[in-house]
Design a protein around this ligand. Structure first.
Ligand code: NAD
Length: 303
């Protein structure tokens, strides 16, 4: 049995990770300020430390006695980063530096959440990890900053890390009421209740939708692969899905017909995004990703 610290463990992705760690018999400490997470998401048997990941003393105490840390706490929203630039920076980049700093005295391995937002407008598809990183938002800039500081943590302080660039993650417990949530939980919620969904533009824009189960497998494998070279890898399926196709798939999973209305295209929206899963498969030995429809059925069943 090992002891893990999961920051953001009451959030969407963190709560699934904690459940998996507990199912493997590990002890889990969760550090979460419950700003977007929920106490009822806490995995049974996990210990909750309610506090701020950007507070050094809180994180230092939380890190005591742990074998590895999964750092997921963040304000996970491009829009929030625009509205509250400094506040999100404090949570998203300062919080990561605080975690790495607390890890350095015992060189605790840190697996942390980065994002496909580090790439900005893709120059070629599928997006590989060697593609240029030109974030188009404060959120993406801070996630790239996390990767740079992870590299410094390895070089200067010998802290092993692994950064995971999540694409569009979806699954149960993604809050459909949050204005910042992913498109899938909004579509599932609305179509399941017989309401229309709004698609901005022609609906041909594509995304790489990753089931949260796959993300948890990547996180668990990355804990064993963390190194002072600070590797980063995409967590994606390698399969593009258009937003229109997505609406049809959600309707199919919910057993209803897709009622779609079109709104104006959103200025500056990235047209196509799909990642290459090759590096993650090579470094983390991940199997095939679950099918979109299976993942959608899990969301509908949860609602
Ligand atoms: P989430 O909002 O459900 O979870 C984030 C958790 O962090 C919440 O429980 C929240 O209360 C907590 N938190 C926020 N600020 C905090 C602070 N200052 N101190 C302590 N806790 C704090 O989001 P999520 O979708 O589960 O995202 C988890 C991680 O994955 C984030 O780092 C996010 O940026 C990253 N990510 C998510 C996606 C996605 O599609 N969901 C994509 C790319 C990257």
């Amino acid at each position: 049995m090992a002891v893990f610290l999961v920051t953001g463990g009451c959030g969407f992705i963190g709560s699934h990770l904690c459940a998996a760690l507990r199912a493997q018999g590990h002890a889990v400490k969760v550090l979460d300020d419950l700003s977007t997470g929920f106490e009822e998401n806490l995995a049974p048997g996990a210990e909750l430390i309610c506090g701020d990941v950007a507070d050094p003393e809180t994180v230092r105490r939380a890190m005591e006695g742990v074998d590895a840390c999964f750092h997921l706490a963040a304000i996970a929203s491009v829009q929030r980063g625009t509205e509250d630039w400094l506040g999100t920076h404090r949570a998203n980049l300062t919080g990561t530096i605080v975690v790495l700093d607390a890890a350095r005295s015992r060189r605790v391995p840190v697996v942390y959440a980065s994002s496909a937002a580090v790439y900005g407008q893709p120059t070629a598809l599928p997006i590989t990890e060697d593609a240029p990183t030109r974030p188009l938002s404060a959120y993406g800039a801070d996630k790239l900053g996390c990767e740079l500081h992870a590299r410094a943590a390895g070089e200067v302080h010998g802290v092993p890390t692994f950064g995971l660039r999540f694409f569009n993650v979806f699954g149960p417990r993604q809050d459909p009421r949050s204005p910042y949530t992913g498109v899938i939980s909004i579509f599932c919620d609305r179509l399941d209740r017989g309401e229309t969904v709004t698609i901005y533009g022609d609906g041909q824009q594509t995304r790489d939708f990753v089931p949260v189960r796959h993300v948890v497998s990547a996180l668990l494998a990355a804990a064993d692969a963390a190194s002072v070279e600070a590797p980063v890898a995409n967590v994606c399926t390698g399969r593009p899905t258009s937003v229109l196709e997505l609406a049809e798939c959600v309707a199919k999973a919910a057993g209803v017909s897709a009622r779609v209305v079109h709104g104006p295209a959103r200025p500056g929206e990235i047209r196509h995004s799909v990642g290459s899963a090759e590096r993650a498969n090579a470094l983390l030995g991940l199997g095939a990703t679950p099918e979109l429809l299976d993942g959608l059925a899990e969301v509908i069943a949860w609602m």
